[in-house]
Design a protein around this ligand. Structure first.
Ligand code: 13P
Length: 252
């Protein structure tokens, strides 16, 4: 079964009302220009979810958030629950991004707990994994990514409710990318681990995105590899033209 390419924009901590709205409108207009066969997701900061949801109305671009808590509600100052995200119109939530693992000490166990709660609420998850530069240099990439998959992806995850994003930490925001051979090697290994954990049928249907310094000029080589099913785009998702050029070059 063919896996539908996903082009997802992670805006991270960027965007105030005016520029966020302008960006969403520009993406919506660009998406409309061509018949496209991929799934577009934009993940603005929490503060812009309502504004962007309205701006995207009538388009086929879906909304995602960048994190959630594992509880439905309660005494968790500053946190946002999966139900709240659903209530704001989100379809997806990114979990376990390396910036959250680093800035907030998130562990695989916590990511899995959040993912279970998100699925229970009816959200789909984009679960991020990826090695640091030191881990890559010491040859631990596959082991690190396998361990993250085993620990962060719930045992009952399916290809419908879960997308994996492989994002080498050292490639995020640096302009550096792994070779296409390295990317394909990790994605194939991740799919093998998913098959062990979830069964071959789910693993074959589950999308594995690549993220880390994707731009229009490298999108074709990185995103058209056999086991790469789209991209999770950071910096380049903040320019509508670049975001759509990435989709074009990824063949959708
Ligand atoms: P960049 O595309 O800016 O490298 O960020 C990638 C990323 O972290 C997406 O989640």
């Amino acid at each position: 079964m063919a896996r539908k390419i996903m082009i997802a924009g992670n805006w991270k901590m960027n965007g105030l009302s005016a520029d966020g709205l302008e960006l969403a409108k520009a993406i919506k207009a660009e998406v409309k220009l061509k018949k496209r066969n991929c799934e577009f997701v934009v993940c603005p900061p929490f503060t812009l979810l309502g504004t962007i949801k309205k701006a995207l109305k009538g388009s086929r671009i879906v909304l995602g958030a960048q994190d959630c808590h594992f509880d439905e509600k309660g005494a968790h100052t500053g946190d946002i629950s999966p139900l709240m995200l659903l209530d704001m119109g989100c379809t997806y939530v990114i979990l376990g991004h390396s910036e959250r693992r680093t800035d907030h000490g998130e562990t695989d166990e916590l990511v899995s707990k959040k993912a279970k709660a998100a699925h229970k609420a009816g959200l789909k998850t984009i679960i991020c994994i990826g090695e640091t530069l030191a881990q890559r240099e010491s040859g631990e990439t596959i082991d690190v990514c396998s361990k993250q998959i085993l620990g962060s992806v719930p045992d009952d995850a399916t290809a419908v409710d879960t997308v994996i994003a492989y994002e080498p930490v050292w490639a995020i925001g640096t302009g550096k990318t792994p070779t296409t051979q390295d990317v394909e090697e990790v994605h194939a290994a991740v799919r093998k681990v998913l098959a062990k954990k979830l069964g071959r049928a789910q693993a074959n249907k589950m999308r594995i995105l690549y993220g880390g310094s994707v731009k229009p000029s490298n999108a074709k080589e990185l995103l058209s590899l056999p086991d790469v099913d789209g991209g999770l785009i950071g910096g380049a998702s903040l320019k509508a033209g670049d975001f759509l050029a990435i989709a074009d070059n990824a063949g959708c």
